[in-house]
Design a protein around this ligand. Structure first.
Ligand code: NDP
Ligand code: MG
Length: 396
């Protein structure tokens, strides 16, 4: 059969690069159509040299002209397009089979949705897109017949442990298939054992120094606050059509068990592996077949103890905030996501301290109003409003 044509949204990021690493191991199965980035010209240039995509998108126009000039100098024929509309074009291009959605944050929403609406196989890493638009996103998947496969390691683990009938139907009821609970595991991040009184003043270097995973900066900070697990809880609610009593979070510092599904007969199915995103990425690229990913096998004789615990509410105030937002409705999760993006950006720029991230999010959630949102335009308007409110909080 012909190779699958692939667009990678966010190709220069941590997930984008891991995806290309897996793809390069299977030159007969995949063909890179488009790669996208925001403004990292140097990184995109080296990807173009190596993978020769037909199109390279830079959402930043200045970066686009620089890339164009560099490609010309080197005689590389990749076509450069710019702006956020260009992202949508490469996401729904009729010749594309597979879209990896790996832009970070709200910027990924529209192109990811464009891929969904055109019925592609969509590999979802960009959890913020689903958190922002929930029901709308899942409705779009069901209407278009897109095949949505979760890249996030927890959701990928859960997906692997689900019956095929549930994998293939986003409207399936878990209880009807004998599923009692979905158990999301999380390491607890770099500050799991830090004395609580030292938490507030931690800086970006410490927050981004995750004990097990190497990831982009935004998700690394989210892992330190555990809002990442909160966003994943919301993501799981939509991906697996789960009820409140069906979702739990478990701390598992070793990051070997990537998540679990508990059945009504007492069985628990888990997926285990190295903390390397190439495993879930390869699973999604190959599904339902298995592909070589370059990831080494777990060595059980030297693995040591696997431990589990309940999350500490005092250490991770954003976790409960996210769980409550999940069941409060779409406006709450859209608002929380926006406030967090603003706060994390300010933290990375050293304008606020680590403890302020939660303070800003809590203050925004207290002051925001939560209107019913039914359309993407309403969601984007709400996202904008929440960002304004969060920016205001940063100044007080
Ligand atoms: P990175 O920060 O490493 O990469 C982000 C990518 O998005 C880059 O290609 C970047 O381009 C691009 N980008 C950033 N801002 C914009 C914008 N405004 N418009 C268009 N493109 C933009 O992130 P990660 O790879 O770590 O994460 C990507 C997504 O995957 C996130 O949603 C994250 O939560 C999720 N995820 C990541 C995991 C991981 O292990 N890293 C695990 C599970 C989920 P440029 O390089 O030019 O800035
Ligand atoms: Mg994850």
């Amino acid at each position: 059969s012909r190779p699958q044509r692939l667009t990678i949204l966010g190709a220069t990021g941590s997930i984008g690069l891991s995806t290309l690493d897996v793809v390069a191991r299977h030159p007969e199965d995949f063909e890179v159509y488009a790669l996208t980035a925001h403004k990292n010209v140097r990184a995109m240039l080296s990807l173009c040299e190596k993978y020769r995509p037909e199109v390279a998108v830079m959402t930043d126009a200045q970066a686009g002209s620089e890339l164009s000039a560099e490609l010309n100098k080197r005689g590389i024929k990749t076509k450069v397009t710019v702006g956020s509309d260009a992202l949508i074009e490469v996401a729904h291009d009729s010749t594309v089979d597979v879209v990896m959605a790996a832009i970070v944050g709200a910027a990924g929403l529209l192109p990811t949705l464009a891929a969904v609406k055109s019925g592609k196989r969509v590999l979802l890493a960009n959890k913020e897109a689903l958190v922002m638009s929930g029901q709308l996103f899942i409705d779009a998947v069901r209407e278009s017949g897109a095949q949505l496969l979760p890249v996030d390691s927890e959701h990928n683990a859960i997906f692997q442990a689900l019956p095929i009938a549930v994998q293939q139907d986003h409207g399936a009821t878990l209880a009807d298939h004998g599923i009692r609970k979905i158990l999301l595991t999380g390491s607890g991040g770099p500050f799991r054992e830090l004395p609580l009184d030292m938490l507030h003043t931690q800086g970006p270097e410490a927050a981004c120094n995750h004990p097990n995973w190497s990831m982009g900066q935004k998700i690394s900070v989210d892992s330190a606050t555990m809002l990442n697990k909160g966003l994943e809880y919301i993501e799981a609610r939509w991906l697996f059509n789960s009820q409140r009593a069906e979702l739990d979070i478990v701390i598992h510092p070793q990051s070997v068990v990537h998540s679990m599904v508990q059945y009504c007969d007492g069985s628990v199915l888990a997926q285990l592996g190295q903390p390397d995103m190439r495993t879930p990425i390869a699973y999604c690229l190959g599904y339902p077949e298995r592909l070589e990913s370059g990831v080494a096998s777990l060595e059980f004789p030297t693995l040591g103890a696997l431990t589990f615990a309940a999350p500490d509410a005092a250490r991770y105030p954003l976790l409960q905030l996210a769980i409550d937002a999940c069941w409060a409705g779409q406006a709450a999760t859209t608002t929380l996501n926006a406030a967090n993006e603003v706060a994390v950006a300010a933290f990375l720029e050293r304008r606020i301290q680590f403890g302020d991230i939660a303070k800003v999010c809590l203050a925004v959630m207290e002051q925001a109003s939560f209107p019913a949102v039914h359309t993407i335009d309403e969601i984007l308007a709400l996202d904008h409003e929440a960002r304004m409110l969060a920016s205001k909080m940063l100044r007080v």
